[in-house]
Design a binder for this molecule. Structure first.
Ligand SMILES: NC(=O)c1ccc[n+]([C@@H]2O[C@H](COP(=O)([O-])OP(=O)(O)OC[C@H]3O[C@@H](n4cnc5c(N)ncnc54)[C@H](O)[C@@H]3O)[C@@H](O)[C@H]2O)c1
Length: 287
């Protein structure tokens, strides 16, 4: 896979590209024996002939490579099956489960099914996220509520169930976004729901404290995923200022999730890790 660059800078974008960036690094057994649910483990279809890997699929594949048994939850059976097929083809352990997370009644049974099949639960990556992409003047109650049902309510319900059954010392991650901090996309339901996730993660961390269960947030910036490509098609100037002259990859999001869900981050809790090449900190080209 190549990494898409967007501006002809004098810098060399490939200088920041490593085997990990491309999902080509050897596995190191960092999640050996762990049982993990990934919610939003498929990825959307895009028009590109060779689409890049999405965040949820990259997390699922990486967790399995690192030794976890992974339950791949998604609304789209084909998308979840494709993730599982990739894992199994690499010799990993995974299964798919279909759930519409916008249906609150579907979440507890889905967690129960997965925990039964996994034989327990050590970690949960709440990656699912949607956007109707409506600006404030065009916003509808239906679009607002749907974005919040998927991006916030489902995470709350999954975490509530997980805290009941997860082994002490487990970990939960939420996938927020740089959009939680800025309104560049004129996308208020997405931006505010992504900000709500950060407060929700702190509340989950608080609730998990007695069992030593941690909860942290990954907030990606401009990523070259199928979701990122759809966003770039809507707004061609979206990623002009990306640090390093390239967007991030789904693998880079997955490595951050791997750290936060593994015991390597055992004292990191209620934290938001911005995965944006430094963009939020002002490392933005031509900005
Ligand atoms: N450019 C980026 O990729 C970017 C940047 C910042 C944050 N994020 C965040 O990353 C996460 C998603 O990344 P991705 O690359 O996996 O996206 P994706 O859109 O490719 O995949 C999301 C998956 O969620 C599933 N899904 C959608 N609605 C669902 C529902 N109601 N129930 C169950 N599953 C449902 C879809 O079928 C799809 O397989 C989101 O939380 C998003 O906000 C992405």
């Amino acid at each position: 896979m190549s990494v898409t660059t967007h501006v002809a800078y004098t810098l060399d974008p490939s200088a920041s590209v490593h085997p990990e960036t491309l999902g080509q690094a050897p596995a190191r057994g960092r999640l050996k024996g762990r049982r993990i649910i990934v919610v939003g483990a498929g990825q959307r279809k895009v028009v590109d002939a060779e689409p890049p890997i999405g965040n949820g699929r990259a997390m699922s594949v990486l967790f399995a490579r690192e030794g976890a048994h992974v339950a791949c939850l998604d609304l789209n059976k084909e998308a979840a099956d494709n993730t599982v097929n990739q894992i199994v083809a690499e010799g990993g352990k995974a299964f798919a489960d279909v759930v519409d997370v916008s249906d609150p009644a579907a979440i507890a049974p889905a967690v129960a099914r997965c925990v039964k099949q996994l034989g327990g639960l050590d970690g949960m990556a709440l990656n699912v996220g949607i956007s109707h992409g409506l600006s404030l003047p065009k916003m509808t109650v239906e679009a607002w509520d749907k974005d919040y049902a998927v991006n916030v309510r489902s995470h709350m319900l999954f975490a509530k169930e997980a805290l009941e059954v997860m082994v002490p010392g487990g970990a939960i991650t939420l996938t927020s976004s740089l959009a939680s901090q800025r309104s560049g996309g004129r996308n208020p339901a997405y931006e505010s729901s992504k900000a709500a996730q950060i407060a929700l993660a702190r509340a989950i961390a608080r609730a998990g404290e007695d069992k030593g269960i941690r909860c942290n947030v990954i907030a990606p910036g401009f990523m070259d995923t199928p979701m990122g490509r759809d966003a770039s098609r809507r707004r061609s100037d979206r990623a002009l200022t990306v640090p390093f002259g390239r967007q991030g990859t789904g693998w880079e999001v997955a490595y951050a999730a791997l750290f936060l869900i593994s015991n390597e981050s055992s004292y990191v809790n209620g934290h938001t890790l911005f995965l944006d090449g430094g963009h939020l900190g002002g490392v933005a080209r031509g900005a």
